[in-house]
Design a protein. Structure first.
Length: 201
């Protein structure tokens, strides 16, 4: 075998990579690094999550109509924001899974909502979604992977996504159809019905 000398080749060009986006970063579960709370149109659940305040702001911007679809409804900030919407004369529609419906009726924090929102129970799990003023140009909305309850700040595996206007158009048509086409379940349309919700008419 003949001996060959390794020839050194000097770089003749440089590449500027300072503008490249960083990819996902893996960290140890014991790492002091904090979890991301926002990335693009996504917000993430967990301690110090921005989701409750973002949803409260969305509700606070409602002018005429608000539609809430969720498995469960018990987050204090979101309840308070919904009360504020009612005080401003916003028409509020809510469709909640059966277990969440029962919990909401027995939750004293929701007393101001009972009978003042159009509340219906659905027997199967549906979307977790909030849409505001879907009939107006300034419509806003958010789709979530978790319900509007304590999991927003206690579970770090969920997310919420801000919806575009075209997405709002699609989702609002779906949820409105679901709300008005429910034939099984119960509803609360007046404060006196809270203790004895009536079958959906």
């Amino acid at each position: 075998m003949s001996e060959k000398t390794i020839e050194t080749i000097t770089n003749q060009r440089t590449v500027d990579r300072t503008g490249e986006a960083l990819g996902p970063t893996w960290t140890s579960s014991k790492s002091p690094a904090k979890s991301a709370t926002k990335q693009g149109p996504f917000l993430f659940t967990g301690e110090a999550s921005e989701i409750p305040s973002s949803i409260s702001a969305l509700i606070g911007s409602s002018k005429e109509r608000l539609l809430i679809s969720t498995q469960s409804f018990s987050d204090a900030a979101i309840i308070q924001a919904t009360e504020g919407a009612l005080e401003r004369g916003v028409r509020v529609y809510m469709v909640i899974d059966t277990a969440g419906f029962e919990s909401m009726l027995s939750n004293p924090s929701c007393n101001a909502l009972h009978g003042n929102v159009l509340l219906r129970a659905r027997q199967e799990r549906g979307l977790d979604l909030i849409i505001s003023d879907w009939h107006l140009a300034n419509r806003t909305g958010m789709l979530l992977s978790t319900p509007l309850d304590g999991t927003l700040t206690s579970n770090n595996k969920g997310w919420a996504m801000e919806l575009s206007k075209s997405q709002i158009d699609e989702f609002s048509a779906h949820i409105q159809h679901e709300f008005w086409s429910i034939t099984e379940g119960r509803e609360v349309l007046a404060p006196e019905e809270t203790k004895n919700p009536q079958p959906i008419a």
